[in-house]
Design a binder for this molecule. Structure first.
Ligand SMILES: NC(=O)c1ccc[n+]([C@@H]2O[C@H](COP(=O)([O-])OP(=O)(O)OC[C@H]3O[C@@H](n4cnc5c(N)ncnc54)[C@H](OP(=O)(O)O)[C@@H]3O)[C@@H](O)[C@H]2O)c1
Length: 313
């Protein structure tokens, strides 16, 4: 593997839809409580981030009805319609406990479409496999949404290996492929490798979409013991782990220096690509979007991937 030069497009499962090998998560594009939208940054910054993504061919965007209580879908839809160029939009249905029957998916999808101002959701995902309803109930709902022409493809998120297999089988009985499973996956969250999920998705031809691929900012190297992450996010990593993080970021820097000075974030995202998953980093600004776009068009060597595997085993 060497530098391949251009952004690759990859199939989204067996749906026939193609997406860039790197997507863009847009939870940040409207969420105040977790990400500080409207306080630390706002519409001007995220519009600029969208424009950078489009200029760099990153036209696969992941939102959800719950992100900023619909604000993320509204902002994304406004940008897409103003841009006038085709994109692939993924959104998500949240299985609130009061949503008891599969037809609730139809109402939720229509509401998302209204906020987005689009005719179809390209990829519609069940956000979490929460009880009380079964995996099969929600697959029935996704199939109905596809039948009504509201969505092009059906996906899931945060599903285990067995739940993924059940979702795949339930959709197959209705003649539909399971396009994707979106789960947390990064150098600091290697659960999908350990659980066998990555392997199962490969076997089933289901795209594994990697969320929080920068471990919510830790893998950029900007958060250190002296400049710790604050707020809700910081609950995930305590002070002492910063020593470990520093060593990992040092390795990312060292590896990046052999690839025309790629940054820790770019190397961390490329590691996800090398595992066969599609990372969807979130970006609040044009600068972050530009840096993340530099994660594609080249590849780590197998030795470099192994070194990162060992460092985070
Ligand atoms: N399905 C699910 O349950 C689920 C859960 C979580 C996320 N997601 C999806 O996955 C997407 C990405 O995950 P995530 O937002 O949790 O985490 P992430 O992509 O790992 O981290 C994003 C954050 O890292 C910082 N950042 C990004 N690029 C940077 C750069 N180049 N330089 C410096 N800082 C940078 C920014 O925050 P600061 O500038 O504040 O540091 C940004 O908000 C979300 O937008 C969402 O679409 C899905």
């Amino acid at each position: 593997m060497g530098d391949v030069g251009v952004l690759q497009r990859v199939p989204l499962g067996t749906t026939g839809i193609e997406i860039p090998e790197l997507g863009v998560g847009v939870w940040q594009w409207g969420d105040a409580s977790f990400w500080g939208y409207g306080r630390e940054y706002g519409i001007t910054e995220i519009r600029a981030a969208f424009e950078v993504c489009m200029a760099r061919g990153l036209d696969f965007f992941d939102t959800a009805e719950v992100y900023g209580s619909g604000a993320s879908e509204r902002n994304l839809g406004d940008f897409v319609r103003a841009g006038g160029r085709p994109v692939v939009v993924a959104s998500k249905f949240f299985p609130y406990p009061w949503r008891l029957r599969s037809p609730s998916i139809l109402g939720a999808a229509r509401a998302s479409l209204q906020r987005l101002g689009l005719e179809k959701i390209d990829l519609y995902q069940i956000h979490w496999p929460y009880p009380p309803r079964s995996v099969e109930t929600w697959m029935e709902g996704l199939a109905a949404a596809a039948g009504e022409g509201l969505i092009r493809a059906a996906g899931v998120s945060n599903y285990s290996v067995s739940q993924t297999r059940r979702a795949h089988a339930a959709l197959a009985r209705r003649g539909l492929p399971l396009a994707s499973n979106q789960v947390r996956f990064s150098l600091l969250d290697r659960g999908p490798e350990r659980s066998g999920l990555l392997e199962a998705c490969r076997e089933l031809k289901v795209t594994l979409i990697a969320y929080s691929p920068l471990a919510q900012g830790y893998l950029t190297g900007k958060y250190t013991r002296l400049h710790p992450m604050r707020g809700l996010r910081s609950a995930r990593l305590g002070g002492p782990s910063y020593a470990q993080l520093d060593r990992l970021v040092g390795l990312l820097r060292e590896i990046g220096s052999g690839h025309e000075g790629r940054t820790p974030a770019q190397v961390a995202l490329n590691w996800v690509l090398c595992k066969g998953a599609v990372p969807i980093p979130g970006a609040k600004t044009a600068q972050q979007a530009e840096e993340n776009a530099g994660a594609v068009g080249w590849r780590l060597t197998p030795d470099e991937v192994r070194a990162l595997d060992t460092a985070t085993a």
